[in-house]
Design a protein around this ligand. Structure first.
Ligand SMILES: Cc1cc2nc3c(=O)[nH]c(=O)nc-3n(C[C@H](O)[C@H](O)[C@H](O)COP(=O)(O)O)c2cc1C
Length: 350
Protein backbone atom coordinates (compact mmCIF):
# COMPACT_ATOMS: atom_id res chain seq x y z
CA UNK A 1 0.00 0.00 0.00
CA UNK A 2 1.40 3.38 -1.02
CA UNK A 3 0.77 6.17 1.44
CA UNK A 4 -1.89 8.45 -0.03
CA UNK A 5 -2.60 12.15 0.49
CA UNK A 6 -5.30 11.36 3.00
CA UNK A 7 -4.50 9.12 5.97
CA UNK A 8 -5.39 5.92 4.11
CA UNK A 9 -2.30 3.77 4.47
CA UNK A 10 -0.27 6.82 5.53
CA UNK A 11 2.02 4.71 7.69
CA UNK A 12 1.94 1.59 5.51
CA UNK A 13 5.52 1.94 4.37
CA UNK A 14 6.79 2.90 7.82
CA UNK A 15 4.50 1.73 10.61
CA UNK A 16 7.33 1.76 13.17
CA UNK A 17 7.92 4.61 15.56
CA UNK A 18 11.51 4.94 16.66
CA UNK A 19 11.94 6.50 20.07
CA UNK A 20 15.67 6.55 20.70
CA UNK A 21 16.83 2.95 20.60
CA UNK A 22 13.31 1.58 21.08
CA UNK A 23 11.17 0.74 18.06
CA UNK A 24 7.40 0.60 18.51
CA UNK A 25 5.55 -1.53 15.97
CA UNK A 26 2.60 0.85 15.58
CA UNK A 27 2.12 4.61 15.69
CA UNK A 28 -1.11 4.39 17.66
CA UNK A 29 -0.49 4.57 21.40
CA UNK A 30 -2.50 4.15 24.57
CA UNK A 31 -2.51 7.20 26.85
CA UNK A 32 -1.61 7.10 30.53
CA UNK A 33 -4.74 7.41 32.67
CA UNK A 34 -4.93 7.31 36.44
CA UNK A 35 -7.52 4.75 37.61
CA UNK A 36 -7.74 3.19 34.16
CA UNK A 37 -4.44 1.42 34.18
CA UNK A 38 -3.75 -2.13 35.21
CA UNK A 39 -2.72 -5.28 33.44
CA UNK A 40 -6.08 -6.00 31.71
CA UNK A 41 -6.40 -2.61 30.02
CA UNK A 42 -2.73 -2.65 29.06
CA UNK A 43 -2.79 -6.17 27.65
CA UNK A 44 -5.89 -5.45 25.60
CA UNK A 45 -4.50 -2.16 24.30
CA UNK A 46 -1.32 -3.89 23.18
CA UNK A 47 -3.11 -6.85 21.64
CA UNK A 48 -5.39 -4.57 19.61
CA UNK A 49 -2.46 -2.58 18.27
CA UNK A 50 -1.19 0.04 20.70
CA UNK A 51 2.53 0.37 19.93
CA UNK A 52 3.37 0.49 23.65
CA UNK A 53 1.86 0.15 27.06
CA UNK A 54 2.32 2.93 29.58
CA UNK A 55 1.66 3.19 33.29
CA UNK A 56 -0.51 5.79 34.89
CA UNK A 57 1.37 8.66 36.53
CA UNK A 58 3.36 7.46 39.54
CA UNK A 59 4.88 9.98 41.94
CA UNK A 60 8.61 9.53 41.79
CA UNK A 61 9.02 10.20 45.53
CA UNK A 62 6.61 7.35 46.30
CA UNK A 63 8.38 5.14 43.83
CA UNK A 64 11.65 5.80 45.61
CA UNK A 65 10.23 5.56 49.13
CA UNK A 66 8.33 2.32 48.58
CA UNK A 67 10.35 0.94 45.70
CA UNK A 68 9.10 -2.44 44.73
CA UNK A 69 5.91 -1.98 46.76
CA UNK A 70 4.78 0.64 44.25
CA UNK A 71 6.10 -1.43 41.38
CA UNK A 72 3.77 -4.24 42.44
CA UNK A 73 0.94 -2.05 41.17
CA UNK A 74 2.76 -2.15 37.85
CA UNK A 75 3.30 -5.90 37.87
CA UNK A 76 3.21 -6.86 34.25
CA UNK A 77 2.87 -9.82 31.95
CA UNK A 78 5.55 -10.54 29.34
CA UNK A 79 3.26 -9.35 26.54
CA UNK A 80 3.04 -5.88 28.17
CA UNK A 81 6.01 -4.49 26.32
CA UNK A 82 7.46 -2.13 25.39
CA UNK A 83 6.40 -0.66 28.71
CA UNK A 84 6.83 3.04 29.49
CA UNK A 85 6.86 4.12 33.11
CA UNK A 86 5.31 7.55 33.58
CA UNK A 87 6.37 9.54 36.62
CA UNK A 88 5.44 12.87 38.16
CA UNK A 89 8.15 14.83 39.92
CA UNK A 90 10.34 17.92 39.77
CA UNK A 91 13.51 17.30 41.79
CA UNK A 92 16.56 16.38 39.78
CA UNK A 93 17.94 13.80 42.22
CA UNK A 94 14.58 12.05 42.54
CA UNK A 95 13.91 11.97 38.83
CA UNK A 96 17.39 10.62 38.13
CA UNK A 97 17.02 7.91 40.80
CA UNK A 98 13.55 7.07 39.46
CA UNK A 99 14.96 6.66 35.97
CA UNK A 100 17.70 4.33 37.23
CA UNK A 101 15.12 2.25 39.07
CA UNK A 102 12.93 2.13 35.94
CA UNK A 103 15.87 0.90 33.91
CA UNK A 104 16.84 -1.72 36.51
CA UNK A 105 13.25 -2.95 36.63
CA UNK A 106 13.19 -3.49 32.87
CA UNK A 107 11.00 -0.62 31.71
CA UNK A 108 11.68 0.29 28.09
CA UNK A 109 11.01 4.02 28.40
CA UNK A 110 10.79 6.66 31.15
CA UNK A 111 8.18 9.37 30.67
CA UNK A 112 7.89 12.62 32.63
CA UNK A 113 4.38 13.95 33.19
CA UNK A 114 4.23 17.65 32.30
CA UNK A 115 0.50 17.79 31.75
CA UNK A 116 -1.41 16.92 34.92
CA UNK A 117 -3.58 19.98 35.69
CA UNK A 118 -4.93 19.11 39.15
CA UNK A 119 -4.50 21.66 41.94
CA UNK A 120 -2.76 19.11 44.13
CA UNK A 121 -0.03 18.48 41.55
CA UNK A 122 0.31 22.07 40.43
CA UNK A 123 0.82 23.20 44.04
CA UNK A 124 3.69 20.75 44.33
CA UNK A 125 5.18 22.22 41.17
CA UNK A 126 4.71 19.00 39.18
CA UNK A 127 2.63 18.04 36.13
CA UNK A 128 1.74 20.99 33.93
CA UNK A 129 3.36 23.40 36.42
CA UNK A 130 6.70 22.33 34.94
CA UNK A 131 5.76 24.01 31.66
CA UNK A 132 6.27 27.36 33.39
CA UNK A 133 9.89 26.49 34.12
CA UNK A 134 11.55 25.46 30.83
CA UNK A 135 15.06 26.17 32.15
CA UNK A 136 14.54 23.99 35.23
CA UNK A 137 13.03 21.22 33.11
CA UNK A 138 15.96 21.42 30.71
CA UNK A 139 18.50 21.05 33.52
CA UNK A 140 16.67 18.19 35.19
CA UNK A 141 15.99 16.23 32.03
CA UNK A 142 19.56 16.61 30.83
CA UNK A 143 20.69 14.84 34.00
CA UNK A 144 18.00 12.16 33.67
CA UNK A 145 18.92 11.47 30.06
CA UNK A 146 22.61 11.16 30.96
CA UNK A 147 21.86 8.80 33.85
CA UNK A 148 20.15 6.02 31.90
CA UNK A 149 20.34 4.29 28.55
CA UNK A 150 16.57 3.90 28.10
CA UNK A 151 14.85 6.69 26.15
CA UNK A 152 13.36 9.50 28.18
CA UNK A 153 10.12 11.05 26.90
CA UNK A 154 7.70 13.73 28.09
CA UNK A 155 3.97 14.26 27.88
CA UNK A 156 2.92 17.88 28.01
CA UNK A 157 -0.01 20.19 27.35
CA UNK A 158 -0.31 23.24 25.09
CA UNK A 159 0.75 25.48 27.95
CA UNK A 160 -0.68 27.12 31.03
CA UNK A 161 -3.48 29.20 29.52
CA UNK A 162 -4.45 30.90 26.28
CA UNK A 163 -1.82 33.63 26.90
CA UNK A 164 0.95 31.15 27.69
CA UNK A 165 0.81 28.51 24.97
CA UNK A 166 4.53 27.79 25.17
CA UNK A 167 4.52 24.11 24.12
CA UNK A 168 6.92 24.75 21.23
CA UNK A 169 9.43 26.55 23.47
CA UNK A 170 9.26 23.79 26.10
CA UNK A 171 9.56 21.16 23.37
CA UNK A 172 12.78 22.76 22.10
CA UNK A 173 14.16 22.82 25.64
CA UNK A 174 13.39 19.17 26.33
CA UNK A 175 14.71 18.08 22.95
CA UNK A 176 17.92 19.94 23.67
CA UNK A 177 18.10 18.06 26.96
CA UNK A 178 18.05 14.79 25.02
CA UNK A 179 14.42 13.74 25.29
CA UNK A 180 13.57 11.16 22.61
CA UNK A 181 9.86 11.85 21.96
CA UNK A 182 7.23 14.37 22.99
CA UNK A 183 3.51 13.73 23.44
CA UNK A 184 1.31 16.83 23.31
CA UNK A 185 -2.25 17.05 24.58
CA UNK A 186 -3.46 20.14 22.70
CA UNK A 187 -5.13 21.82 25.68
CA UNK A 188 -3.85 24.22 28.30
CA UNK A 189 -3.94 23.71 32.05
CA UNK A 190 -6.84 26.16 32.24
CA UNK A 191 -8.78 24.28 29.54
CA UNK A 192 -8.67 21.19 31.75
CA UNK A 193 -10.62 18.77 29.49
CA UNK A 194 -12.98 21.38 28.01
CA UNK A 195 -12.88 23.41 24.81
CA UNK A 196 -11.22 22.28 21.66
CA UNK A 197 -7.95 20.41 21.48
CA UNK A 198 -5.62 22.69 19.50
CA UNK A 199 -4.11 21.10 16.44
CA UNK A 200 -2.15 24.30 15.79
CA UNK A 201 -0.20 23.86 19.01
CA UNK A 202 0.65 20.25 18.19
CA UNK A 203 1.74 21.43 14.75
CA UNK A 204 3.92 24.16 16.28
CA UNK A 205 5.68 21.50 18.36
CA UNK A 206 6.14 19.27 15.33
CA UNK A 207 7.72 22.18 13.48
CA UNK A 208 9.94 23.06 16.44
CA UNK A 209 11.66 19.72 17.00
CA UNK A 210 13.09 16.73 15.15
CA UNK A 211 12.22 14.01 17.68
CA UNK A 212 8.90 12.20 17.16
CA UNK A 213 5.82 14.14 18.21
CA UNK A 214 2.78 12.23 19.45
CA UNK A 215 -0.55 14.07 19.04
CA UNK A 216 -3.16 13.63 21.73
CA UNK A 217 -6.64 14.88 22.54
CA UNK A 218 -10.18 13.99 21.53
CA UNK A 219 -9.37 11.21 19.08
CA UNK A 220 -12.67 9.32 19.25
CA UNK A 221 -13.01 8.13 15.64
CA UNK A 222 -10.78 7.26 12.72
CA UNK A 223 -11.81 10.59 11.18
CA UNK A 224 -10.66 12.47 14.29
CA UNK A 225 -7.28 10.75 14.08
CA UNK A 226 -7.08 11.47 10.38
CA UNK A 227 -7.81 15.18 10.97
CA UNK A 228 -5.19 15.36 13.68
CA UNK A 229 -2.48 13.72 11.62
CA UNK A 230 -3.24 15.87 8.59
CA UNK A 231 -3.43 19.14 10.51
CA UNK A 232 -0.37 18.60 12.67
CA UNK A 233 1.94 16.24 10.79
CA UNK A 234 2.37 14.36 14.09
CA UNK A 235 4.28 11.08 13.98
CA UNK A 236 1.82 9.08 16.08
CA UNK A 237 -1.54 9.47 17.78
CA UNK A 238 -2.28 8.78 21.42
CA UNK A 239 -5.74 7.72 22.59
CA UNK A 240 -7.09 7.88 26.11
CA UNK A 241 -10.79 8.00 26.93
CA UNK A 242 -12.09 6.64 23.63
CA UNK A 243 -10.30 3.33 24.15
CA UNK A 244 -11.65 2.65 27.65
CA UNK A 245 -14.06 -0.26 27.23
CA UNK A 246 -13.33 0.02 23.47
CA UNK A 247 -9.82 -1.41 23.07
CA UNK A 248 -10.65 -2.52 19.52
CA UNK A 249 -10.38 1.18 18.59
CA UNK A 250 -6.60 0.71 18.36
CA UNK A 251 -7.15 -1.99 15.73
CA UNK A 252 -9.46 0.31 13.76
CA UNK A 253 -6.82 3.04 13.72
CA UNK A 254 -4.03 0.65 12.78
CA UNK A 255 -6.16 -0.79 9.95
CA UNK A 256 -6.71 2.68 8.50
CA UNK A 257 -3.25 4.14 8.86
CA UNK A 258 -1.32 1.00 7.93
CA UNK A 259 -3.58 -0.79 5.45
CA UNK A 260 -5.99 1.89 4.28
CA UNK A 261 -8.91 -0.21 5.52
CA UNK A 262 -12.04 1.15 7.11
CA UNK A 263 -12.96 -1.81 9.25
CA UNK A 264 -15.66 0.01 11.21
CA UNK A 265 -16.07 -0.61 14.90
CA UNK A 266 -16.11 -4.14 16.32
CA UNK A 267 -19.29 -6.24 16.11
CA UNK A 268 -21.49 -6.66 19.17
CA UNK A 269 -20.31 -10.25 19.42
CA UNK A 270 -16.66 -9.23 19.35
CA UNK A 271 -17.32 -6.52 21.94
CA UNK A 272 -18.93 -8.99 24.29
CA UNK A 273 -16.04 -11.41 23.82
CA UNK A 274 -13.59 -8.60 24.63
CA UNK A 275 -15.57 -7.73 27.74
CA UNK A 276 -15.33 -11.39 28.84
CA UNK A 277 -11.63 -11.36 28.12
CA UNK A 278 -11.11 -8.27 30.26
CA UNK A 279 -13.16 -9.79 33.08
CA UNK A 280 -11.05 -12.96 32.93
CA UNK A 281 -7.77 -11.02 32.92
CA UNK A 282 -8.94 -9.03 35.94
CA UNK A 283 -10.02 -12.15 37.81
CA UNK A 284 -6.70 -13.87 37.10
CA UNK A 285 -4.74 -10.97 38.48
CA UNK A 286 -6.90 -9.62 41.29
CA UNK A 287 -9.25 -12.41 42.35
CA UNK A 288 -13.03 -12.24 42.26
CA UNK A 289 -13.72 -9.38 44.68
CA UNK A 290 -11.21 -6.80 43.49
CA UNK A 291 -11.76 -7.84 39.86
CA UNK A 292 -15.48 -7.06 40.22
CA UNK A 293 -14.65 -3.63 41.63
CA UNK A 294 -12.32 -2.93 38.71
CA UNK A 295 -14.78 -4.29 36.17
CA UNK A 296 -17.41 -1.85 37.43
CA UNK A 297 -15.15 0.92 36.13
CA UNK A 298 -15.14 -0.53 32.65
CA UNK A 299 -18.61 -2.07 32.26
CA UNK A 300 -20.40 1.21 31.51
CA UNK A 301 -17.92 1.93 28.74
CA UNK A 302 -18.62 -1.37 26.99
CA UNK A 303 -22.31 -0.48 26.58
CA UNK A 304 -22.00 3.28 26.12
CA UNK A 305 -22.65 3.19 22.35
CA UNK A 306 -26.13 1.79 22.77
CA UNK A 307 -27.32 2.60 26.30
CA UNK A 308 -27.69 6.06 27.79
CA UNK A 309 -25.83 6.70 31.03
CA UNK A 310 -29.16 6.52 32.87
CA UNK A 311 -30.13 3.19 31.31
CA UNK A 312 -26.72 1.71 32.03
CA UNK A 313 -26.82 2.90 35.65
CA UNK A 314 -30.25 1.39 36.11
CA UNK A 315 -29.26 -1.96 34.68
CA UNK A 316 -25.69 -2.32 35.85
CA UNK A 317 -25.28 0.19 38.69
CA UNK A 318 -26.60 -2.00 41.54
CA UNK A 319 -24.44 -5.02 40.63
CA UNK A 320 -21.28 -5.88 42.52
CA UNK A 321 -20.29 -9.53 42.06
CA UNK A 322 -18.34 -10.66 39.01
CA UNK A 323 -21.00 -13.24 38.00
CA UNK A 324 -23.96 -10.83 38.15
CA UNK A 325 -22.00 -8.12 36.29
CA UNK A 326 -21.06 -10.57 33.53
CA UNK A 327 -24.62 -11.81 33.22
CA UNK A 328 -26.13 -8.33 33.11
CA UNK A 329 -23.64 -7.06 30.53
CA UNK A 330 -24.36 -10.14 28.39
CA UNK A 331 -28.09 -9.38 28.72
CA UNK A 332 -27.47 -5.81 27.49
CA UNK A 333 -25.60 -7.12 24.44
CA UNK A 334 -28.27 -9.72 23.71
CA UNK A 335 -31.08 -7.17 23.99
CA UNK A 336 -29.23 -4.81 21.66
CA UNK A 337 -28.60 -7.62 19.14
CA UNK A 338 -32.31 -8.53 19.18
CA UNK A 339 -33.35 -4.89 18.82
CA UNK A 340 -31.10 -4.46 15.80
CA UNK A 341 -32.36 -7.60 14.15
CA UNK A 342 -35.94 -6.44 14.69
CA UNK A 343 -35.11 -3.09 13.14
CA UNK A 344 -33.42 -4.82 10.22
CA UNK A 345 -30.00 -3.45 11.17
CA UNK A 346 -26.98 -5.70 10.87
CA UNK A 347 -25.90 -6.69 14.39
CA UNK A 348 -22.37 -6.97 13.13
CA UNK A 349 -21.70 -3.22 13.42
CA UNK A 350 -22.59 -0.44 15.80
C1 LIG B 1 -9.26 9.79 34.17
C2 LIG B 1 -8.04 10.36 33.51
C3 LIG B 1 -6.79 10.09 34.03
C4 LIG B 1 -5.64 10.61 33.42
N1 LIG B 1 -4.43 10.30 33.94
C5 LIG B 1 -3.29 10.74 33.30
C6 LIG B 1 -2.01 10.34 33.74
O1 LIG B 1 -1.84 9.57 34.69
N2 LIG B 1 -0.94 10.83 33.06
C7 LIG B 1 -1.06 11.67 31.98
O2 LIG B 1 -0.07 12.07 31.39
N3 LIG B 1 -2.28 12.03 31.53
C8 LIG B 1 -3.39 11.57 32.16
N4 LIG B 1 -4.61 11.89 31.66
C9 LIG B 1 -4.70 12.64 30.39
C10 LIG B 1 -4.78 11.65 29.21
O3 LIG B 1 -3.60 10.89 29.10
C11 LIG B 1 -5.01 12.39 27.88
O4 LIG B 1 -3.99 13.33 27.71
C12 LIG B 1 -6.34 13.13 27.86
O5 LIG B 1 -7.39 12.33 28.36
C13 LIG B 1 -6.69 13.56 26.42
O6 LIG B 1 -6.72 12.44 25.57
P1 LIG B 1 -8.12 11.72 25.14
O7 LIG B 1 -9.02 12.81 24.62
O8 LIG B 1 -7.72 10.72 24.12
O9 LIG B 1 -8.69 11.11 26.39
C14 LIG B 1 -5.75 11.42 32.28
C15 LIG B 1 -7.03 11.68 31.75
C16 LIG B 1 -8.16 11.16 32.36
C17 LIG B 1 -9.51 11.46 31.74
Amino acid sequence: MIASADGCGRWAADPWLRIGAVTLDHRVLMAPMVNYNETSIRQLARRFGSGWVISEMIHVDQLLAHGRGVLRVLEREPQERPFALQVAGREEAELVAGARLAEEEGFALYDLNMGCPTRKQVRRGVGVALMREPAHVHRVLRSVVRAVSIPVTVKMRAGWDACQMNAAEVARAVEDAGVAAIAVHGRTKMDWYGGDCSHEVIRSVKEAVRVPVIGNGDVRTVDDAERMVRATGCDAVMVGRAAVGHPWFFAELVAWFERGERTGPASLEARRATFDEQAALLEDRFGEKLAARRLRLYMFHYVRDFLTRGEALLRLGPLHGLGPIREAVHDCFEAETRARLEEGEPAATT
